[in-house]
Design a protein around this ligand. Structure first.
Ligand SMILES: Cc1ncc(COP(=O)(O)O)c(C=O)c1O
Length: 398
């Protein structure tokens, strides 16, 4: 067994990392030295088998056009069987170089300008841009924040879905940024409403391998035959294995006619996995589980640390404890700061780069999202900076 060291601090500055680049930190947070706890990638080295396989591929020295080999497709089939008990077929899988491109292609393919797409804010903010950039309208069904827990508003969902212009629903499962892992009952109700109203469910399951027990991820297409035929399931090894820069995603569409429609678009644009993407996915899915189990344990300990730190040292701040993902949603509403004041405090005083809650849409105001997939010393330093800034503000009576 390899014992991975997630405490290791690795300098990412010279690797064109958006999260760490001085340029992006300066532009977005006004300080190139802010501690980067924003954008969703991890500061951990990937699993050793992936590094070795990529090195070997690089040594081969020829990087011509690639394709979705059987081995590539089988790695996805076996992964979903092993992790989620979900049986899928190789033929159902389309390749796109990321889920954002996939969602764009999906809206282009299945909607026409003026159509509506359902989202549930606060949610991963590119969803909104994808919809409006394609000439469609956002049909927002904000989540309900009930006693510290987020829930879906099913009666409102039903009302929105009944509009004949509503064609798609972007389901974020697990939900970024609030960290919910939706239960079978919740998915069942959502699926029924969409089915009854001819709304196609696009389930973005990019975070689905990062789940904290006793929660359990349920692939939307696994719930029933009818849901399977009324859904597009977007999956990827990128969050799970820290491979976002290799641009890999696997779009699972059991319904043949829907698949043919999307495939037509992808074939015209001519998209296939790159040489490194193929090797990375195959190795991650076939040999990455040992690393993943250790990663989840490390993340869980980071989460416990945040929980304890906030309870003991940040009065007025609350953690909405995520059931999955490495993103924690911090509630500052009790402190009565405006969003600008909160932003200024994080940027100018704490000198930490977090994602402002309001960018995730209605309901995100007064929250901040922190990415805790980093070595523990960096996490502690960030929390201490926030604590100190809060104490300074309290001491000057703000
Ligand atoms: C819910 C969700 N979907 C999609 C993405 C991005 O996917 P990709 O990098 O494959 O385009 C992210 C990244 O944070 C995400 O959180």
């Amino acid at each position: 067994m390899i014992k991975y060291n997630f405490d290791e601090i690795i300098n990412r500055r010279e690797t064109d990392s958006i999260k760490w680049s001085k340029k992006h930190l300066q532009e977005n947070f006004g300080d190139e030295e802010s501690i980067p706890m924003w954008i969703a990638d991890m500061d951990f080295k990937v699993a050793q088998p992936i590094i070795e396989a990529l090195t070997e591929r690089a040594q081969h020295g020829i990087f011509g056009y690639g394709y979705k080999s059987d081995e590539f497709l089988e790695s996805v089939v076996n992964w979903h069987k092993k992790r989620n008990g979900w049986d899928i077929e190789k033929e159902w899988i389309l390749f796109t170089p990321g889920i954002i491109p996939a969602l764009n292609f999906i809206v282009e393919t299945f909607c026409k300008p003026g159509d509506k797409v359902i989202i549930q804010s606060p949610v991963y903010y590119p969803f909104a841009n994808i919809i409006t950039n394609n000439g469609c309208h956002i049909a927002n069904n904000p989540l309900i924040f009930n006693n510290g827990k987020y829930e879906m508003n099913f009666s409102e969902l039903e009302r929105i879905a009944q509009d004949s212009r509503t064609k798609l629903m972007f389901l974020c499962s697990p939900h970024n940024p609030v960290g919910r892992v939706w239960t079978a009952e919740e998915l069942q109700r959502l699926g029924e409403i969409c089915l009854e109203n001819n709304v196609l469910v696009v389930s973005d399951e990019i975070h689905s391998d990062l789940i904290y027990q006793p929660n359990c991820h349920i692939p939307f297409g696994k719930i029933s035959e009818e849901f399977k035929m009324n859904s597009i399931i977007c999956t990827s090894p990128s969050k799970t294995f820290n491979l976002a820069g290799l641009h890999i995603s696997d779009i699972i569409i059991p319904n043949e006619s829907l698949r043919e429609e999307l495939n037509h678009k992808l074939t015209t644009i001519d998209i296939d996995p790159g040489s490194f993407a193929s090797v990375a996915q195959i190795t991650a899915y076939n040999n990455g589980e040992e690393w993943l189990e250790q990663l989840i344990e490390y993340l869980q300990n980071n989460l416990d640390l945040i929980d304890k730190f906030i309870k003991e040292r940040m009065q007025g701040v609350k953690l909405v404890r995520p059931e999955g993902t490495y993103l924690a949603w911090l509630d500052f509403s009790e402190l009565n700061f405006t969003d600008v004041e909160l932003q200024q405090m994080m940027q100018k005083k704490a000198k930490i780069a977090l994602d402002d809650g309001y960018i995730f849409g209605a309901g995100g105001e007064h929250f901040q999202r922190i990415n805790f997939a980093c070595p523990r010393t960096i996490l502690v330093k960030s929390l201490e900076n926030i604590e100190k800034s809060l104490m300074d503000l309290v001491s000057i009576g703000r």
